[in-house]
Unconditional design. Sequence first.
Length: 220
Amino acid sequence: MDSDEDALLTEQIAYYRAHAGGYDRPYAEREELRELLATADDLPIVGDVLELACGTGQWTGALAARARSVTAVDVSDETLGIARARVVSPNVQFIQADLFTWRPPRRHDTVFFAFWLSHIPPSRLPDFWNTIAAALAPHGKAIFVDDGPAEAAREEVLVQQPIPAVQRRLDDGSPYRVVKVFHDAGELTDKLAALGWSADVRTVGGSFIVGTAEPPTDPG
């Protein structure tokens, strides 16, 4: 894989580990994010759920209330520590793993990820969706929530980069680059269709996207 891409992803992981203590701040400051959390009740979350990039567990509790079981995965021990304290439930298991190399050992009825798709480099999207397809049980669905194009106005977007990225800063001013692709609902639906997925992606609250996708029925 491209060394620049690897370096960017390493920096992205470092940012989220260092930023764990401030991860929840946007949920406290932005009413629209709290309203978005409430949409979990309207999503088709069923059965055994795999949550990717669970962060501090903001969504994990809502998933656990709807699911038979939740397996929540994140690369950062720091954010997982917060998630484990926030969500204490017998049907939730937390796993520390790099999502670009980890493969689920079993299939799930639902694969859920919030604000993760936008952190995947475009070159890795086909492999990512193949991994999701392999993680889904028959008739399973992928459900995701993320930033739409309007959220770019809140970010320090780095221009003329080979991989879409933004620069973020810790409270002490330390800069970190992270991958950030602001997916348009219609364009993402078309990209998924090109990969054989049947998807319904819509804009919510003007700034976010919410999607439900079913994998190709023909493995070929």
